[in-house]
Ligand binder design. Sequence first.
Ligand code: ATP
Ligand code: MG
Ligand code: MG
Length: 366
Amino acid sequence: MDLVKKNIAPRFRLEGTLTEAVPYGSGHINDTVRLTCELENGKTRRYILQRMNDDIFKNPKGLMENIMNVTSFLRNKIIQNGGDPDRETLNVIRTVDGDNYLVDEDGDFWRMYIFIEDATCFDIVEKPEDFYNSALSFGNFQKLLADYPASTLHETIPNFHNTVSRFEDFRKAVEEDTYKRAAGVQKEIRFVMDREPETHVICDALAKHRIPLRVTHNDTKLNNIMIDNKTGKGLCVIDLDTVMPGSALYDYGDSIRFGASTGAEDEKDLDKISCDLKLFEIYTKGYVEGCGGSLTEEEIRMLPMGAKLMTLECGMRFLADYLQGDVYFKIHRPEHNLDRARTQFKLVADMESKWDEMMSIAEKYL
Ligand code: ATP
Ligand code: MG
Ligand code: MG
């Protein structure tokens, strides 16, 4: 693997002598290698080396600035709380020149972290408790960063969860109809159009300061949490590439979207798709508890809206991609993006039918 062959590791401030470099983990975005170094006293130190994906992230400098700033802030907080700052947050290892990443001769971007020992990432939610634990971890991440000046972070993917601009992109895709597919999906297009007014709700609340701008993670999957091997509890939130300013409703809502659905994102049988209220309740409980009082009342009241809008937004993106000839999301069959859009709209409709219950679950935490 050229990652290992390239011999990038010695250009970082490693302790000891490098003895092993192996491809590592199941990430889809960056290329990840685990390094082992031997120290003179016979002990070992391990590191994570990553080649950053500069196709997706167009501003690696800004992205690394975000990661440096957020992780140093977290580090201080963890020390104040008496925690272990080498395991409870990512820690960037600098290059020998003192930079926080390096660009090699081929223009590839590299960064290094301390390897978090005695912890594991799980790819699949196997039981409701896993979902609850991930809610606690992402909530706790929000709590630790509640007093971070979120507006100083770079928006590394501009308008990532700006539902208003996502709707405009959608409308444009419908108008252009490059692949002449719109006629066949009028029902789905109408579903989105009917909900246009709602696409403003979170953006307006942020703009009017009814809810605070916060640090958001934007990739709140189970395998972006390291679980402590001893305690079985969430230890550290990793994969901070998409850390950006935004709303807590984005992280929460996206987790409900994929975690509380009773079916796969591309399920063809829509009867299998609904929002499982038990899972909704479990995640809500974990997230609010993890946030430890840092969510405002308005944010708590808006949690169901966060879930609904993140689902609608995702559906809009799938349908827009279908209309544009499947250029963004990889497809494995014709109409794959349409199937995905339909599951999202089914979920939205199901949430609407369960709205009162979702609201009363959220309001328990006021
Ligand atoms: P994704 O597909 O989730 O976007 P990615 O390609 O961005 O993933 P990461 O999530 O950063 O990559 O890392 C990939 C895997 O490497 C993680 O799931 C985890 O198993 C492991 N890993 C990453 N950082 C560390 C670390 N500091 N210590 C131990 N393991 C780590
Ligand atoms: Mg990851
Ligand atoms: Mg990632």
